[in-house]
Structures are given as C-alpha cells and as structure tokens.
Design a protein around this ligand. Structure first.
Ligand code: ARG
Length: 591
C-alpha cells in the first residue's frame, strides 16, 4: 500500500498533457452523442487516478448530473457505451457514484513507448501561443554581499526561466540590481573621505563589501555632519557629478564581479548583459511622474508626490500611498518599478512581466500592478505577476544566520555545499581528480537548488545539510544517483532503433505510465509557477524506476525483453536528465 501511494502524488490533478487531451476529446464526443448536449473537452476533467488498477478518472457524469439532473451512474454508463476509445482504452468501468474509470490499453502504451523514443521533448507540445516574457530575478543590492534571501530568487527564477523557455516562450531575464539611492551617498562619501581616488587603476578593491557598508553606516548614524554630506552626495550622484559617478562605478563593478562569482558557481544563467539596475531606469523617472500627474493619478502629500492605487488601505483604514517622488525631490523604489514595467512593455515588447521576489514584497507589487492598470500602461492582454517565496530558516526556526551570528554569505554557503558533496563523493570512491571535483560541484549545488525547489515556494523552509544531501529521499543526489546508475546500464547496452516495447510486468507498466505523465507534470509546474511539481514528478519517476529495476532483470533478460527494457531505461534517463536540466541541476554520467 505504501509503495502504491508513492507512485501517485499526482493524484487528483486535472490532466492537461496529450493523453489527457486525447481522452478528454473523445469523452466530450461521447457526452454529446449520449446526452445530446454540447460538451467542451476542457470540462471533462481527466485526473490521474489513485485507485490500484485504474489509470485515469473523469467526473464528467457527476457534473452533468448536478447541472441538469439525472442519475450520475446512468449518465456515466451512457457515456461509456458511446465512447470510441477501443484503440486507446480498455472498456471503461463505472466506479463509485459515477466515475468513469479509465485504463489505458497495453498495446497503446507499448506503441507510445516506442514513439516517445523519437521525441526529444518527451511529449511536451510547444506553447500554442508563445509569449514574450520579461522575468526579474536574483536582483541583489550593490555594495552588499548577496545573502540567502537572494538565493531563492536566483534559483527559482532561473528554474522558471528555463521551464518557460522549454515551453516555447521568448524569455528575457533582467536583474534588477539595487544600485541607486540613498545608501550610495553614504558609501561614496566614505570612500572620498578615506582618500580613495575613484579610479579602478588605483588598485583599490573592496574586499569585504559588507564590512565597508557597515563602516559607512556607523559613521552615518554617529555623525550628523557626515549624514548631511552623504545626502548631498546622493544629489550629486543623481545629478551626474563626475567624481561621484566614478566612485559609484567602482562600487558597481566590484559588486558585479562578486555576483558573477556566485552566478557562476550556482550555474544560474545571468550575465552582466542581463543587469538592469535601478540606475538604468533613472532617466525614465521624470516622465513617469509627469504622465501619472497628467492623468490625475497623483496627489501631493506632505511635500511628497504620491499615487493611491485603488483598494489598498493601512490598518487604520487610510489609503496606502505609493511614493512617486519624495519630499525634496528624490526618487525611490516604487517609482523605479513603475518605470521598469513601462520600459519592458513599451521598449521591449513584453507581454508578461514576472517578478521572483520574496513574499514580503507582495503588497508592493500588487500596488504597482494596480497603478499600471489604472494608468493604462498594462493592457488587458498583458499580464504582471509577482512570484513570491518564503524565507530560508536556520534550525532554530529563525532566519538563517552564520556561525558568528551574522547573515550568511551566499558564496560561503555554496562553497560549503560543494565541500560537503566532495566528502560524499570521496566516501563513495570511484571518481578522482577533475571528475570528482566536477561531480562534487554538481551534487553540492544540485542539493542546495533542489532543497529550495522541491518545496512549495510560498512556504518557509529549514536549511538542513543532512537532509539535502541524503542519498535516499526526495533529494537531488537521489535523482542524480538514479540517473548515473541508469547511464551505467546504457553504457553496457543500448536498445536498437525501432525496438518494440513489451509491458508485461506491472512494474514496467507503472514506469511507462509515469514516463507518459511528463507533459502533465511539466505543464502543471509551468502554469502554477511551481517547480516543486516537477521535482515530485521526477522523484516518483525515479521510484518507479527503482521498482522496475528490482523486479525486472535487464541485461540478463532474453534479447527481446532486454531490448524492450532498455527502451524504458533510456526513456527514464531522458526524463530525469531533461527534468533536472529544467530545474537548473546537472545530471553527471557517473557518481
Ligand atoms: N533589490 C531588491 C531587494 O533586495 C529586490 C528587487 C526586486 N525587483 C524589483 N523589480 N523590485 O529587496
């Protein structure tokens, strides 16, 4: 019973993939003939079944009965009698109060297996209507170390970008670096007063950006005169002052080098070309204020200019403002996001704006999106979506901290992951030198990414080295190991082209059914922006493989059976490699 459950984590979800579509189309036709009513295949609701011996279920008879009366079992029987699926399904049975229980025919499954071997997309149809998507992720702040908060954004954003691209969309990432605003006044002023020259060739490097930031902060808090000079410095910087700009460049360049290091180690596809920092939008801000004002969407309030998107109130029932221009003329975070959206829509033709940013900014984005609609800058057929996520917690249940109690530096965390993975690889033996180092990187980084992606993204999760590097359980290394084992079988023998597949053993059938569900799992992960759906699916598939591997000898089987089973092995490997790559995780040949 436990085994059964493990194979059915997809239970209850409406099937969108090609099998589901095929079944839905045919059932809809049977509804029309048997009930003499119109039926949209989308309403047929084909679900993966949790019942042993049943592959899929439809509740269409129950919905029809509740809509137009009648006995659901009778309606189901009527539909079943008209159902033209002899090539695809066993004769359908009526279950419970009127479910249509559907079982795929073995011959059909066998043919699918052979056909899937020719399909590099493993059944995933490219999007019918490809969209231009601009996705904002990572987005750390200059002159500060990246911390674990930016880790989630980088990992989830990168996985979603990969998945959306595979789905056929035109995806452009942009890294919304925090590289502008008040902290820079303080930082630059501090640099000037420390006697820096503002030229990179002067040999300055900011070894510890965080330390530098803290020094400046301390001075800012302790010395009102310094604070004043720092504020004046922001104005100078934003006005294009040469010396200030040179220092600013120094900080941005140093930070960018640091971010590059992290992206490189993390294997996240962001390059300096994808950097669109807050400073990039500065030239557009005045236009945004003007256009909002012309439309009557701004009010002055306490010397500041504010917009009040409809429907947002604070606890006292007062309207919540979006600050468009601060008192004294400065610009902030909100107006920059308005300019950002307008830039990607108008100048880059984006149809969808995605923002992978932590949950605490949900309200900020909701207000921005509302205002964009009110201003008419985001039309009916364009979409904006905040893809939020929870925090990473330390084992005390609070936000993760380093051993010294400070915030955990991302680069240190990633290096530790690789070190721990190297120990794991060494323990297993079999790999040495560069190979071992490469694999350690794939396993260590894979562990961190998978731990992040495999849970519901909206929830917090606890960072736990032992759990994320466990060889058994829903982990990257479990999948990587399963895949490496599969690759080693395929190095010994490969199925000849056109091998007919035989699904005689129940474990073979279970595995094939799982492989067939790749499009559904993928589709669901994309539409829900939920990489964990794909993780769960991959884990279930690896489990189905291990069930198959235990009960079905492969290399020692009779030649026909052996080749047939090798097809399943090959398909499993493709599913795992493709699935992991869509998550941004490597699948080494050997482990
Ligand atoms: N730099 C911001 C932070 O660290 C995140 C920026 C997110 N993107 C945006 N368009 N606001 O909190």
């Amino acid at each position: 019973m436990r085994e059964r459950r493990a194979f059915n984590t997809e239970v209850g979800h409406v099937v969108h993939g090609d099998v589901g579509r095929e079944l839905a189309g045919r059932i809809a036709a049977a509804v029309e003939t048997s009930q003499a009513v119109g039926c949209d295949p989308a309403d047929v609701a084909i679900r993966v079944s949790g019942r042993p011996g049943v592959d899929y279920q439809s509740t269409i008879a129950l919905s029809l009965a509740s809509e137009q009366g009648g006995d659901p079992q009778e309606i189901a029987a009527g539909i079943a009698a008209e159902l033209d699926t002899a090539d695809l399904l066993e004769p359908p049975e009526i279950g419970g109060p009127g479910f249509l229980n559907l079982v795929l025919r073995r011959e059909w499954l066998e043919q699918r297996a052979t056909a899937l071997l020719e399909d590099a997309r493993i059944g995933v149809a490219p999007a019918e209507r490809p969209r231009r998507i601009a996705i904002d992720y990572s987005s750390p702040n200059v002159a500060k170390q990246m911390h674990v908060g930016h880790l989630r954004s980088s990992i989830i954003g990168d996985a979603l970008a990969r998945m959306l691209r595979f789905a056929g969309h035109d995806v452009t990432p942009h890294n919304h670096l925090g590289d502008w605003g008040t902290p820079f006044g303080m930082l630059i002023e501090h640099l000037v007063e420390e006697g820096w020259t503002g030229s990179a060739s002067a040999g300055h490097t900011i070894v510890d950006l965080d330390g530098f930031y803290l020094e400046a902060r301390k001075k800012f808090d302790a010395d009102p005169d310094f604070a004043l000079r720092a504020r004046r410095r922001v104005v100078l910087l934003q006005g294009g002052d040469e010396q200030s700009t040179a220092f600013w460049r120094l900080l941005v360049d140093e930070s960018t080098r640091h971010f590059e290091q992290v992206y490189d180690l993390l294997g996240v596809g962001l390059t300096p070309d994808d950097s669109y920092g807050e400073s990039f939008y500065h030239p557009y801000l005045a236009g945004v204020v003007r256009d909002l004002t012309v439309q009557g969407l701004t009010e002055s309030s306490d010397g500041a200019i504010c917009a009040f998107p409809a429907g947002f109130f604070n606890r006292d029932g007062e309207r919540s403002p979006l600050i468009v221009r601060k008192r004294g003329g400065g610009y902030g975070y909100a107006i920059t996001d308005l300019a950002t959206a307008r830039y990607w829509i108008d100048n880059r033709g984006a149809e969808e704006l995605l923002y992978v940013v932590g949950n605490p900014q949900a309200q900020h984005f909701a207000m921005i999106f509302t205002l964009l609609r009110e201003a008419g800058w985001l039309s009916e057929d364009q979409r904006a979506e905040h893809i939020g996520f929870g925090s990473i917690l330390g084992d005390d249940g609070k936000t993760i901290r380093s051993r010294a109690g400070g915030s955990v530096k991302l680069i240190d965390l990633l290096r530790e992951a690789v070190e721990r993975a190297a120990a794991l690889v060494a323990e297993r033996g079999g790999l040495a030198g560069d190979d071992a180092a490469e694999v350690a990187r794939a396993v260590g980084i894979g562990a961190v990414k998978y731990a992040d992606l495999s849970g519901n993204r909206g929830k917090d999760y606890t960072f736990d080295w032992d759990r994320m590097l466990a060889m058994d359980g829903n982990t990257a290394v479990y999948l990587q190991y399963a895949n490496a084992r599969i690759r080693s079988i395929l190095r010994k023998a490969a199925p000849p082209a056109g091998t007919p597949v035989v699904l005689a053993d129940p474990a073979e059938r279970r595995l094939m059914l799982k492989i067939l569900q790749f499009p559904q799992a993928f589709d669901r992960a994309v539409t829900e922006r939920a990489p964990h759906r794909l993780c769960t699916y991959l884990y279930d598939t690896a489990r189905a493989f291990s069930g198959f591997y235990e009960s079905c000898p492969i290399l020692t089987a009779a030649p026909d059976l052996r080749d047939s089973r090798l097809v399943l092995v090959l398909l499993t490997s493709r599913v795992l490699t493709l699935g992991l790559s869509l998550l941004g995780i490597e699948a080494p040949e050997r482990l």
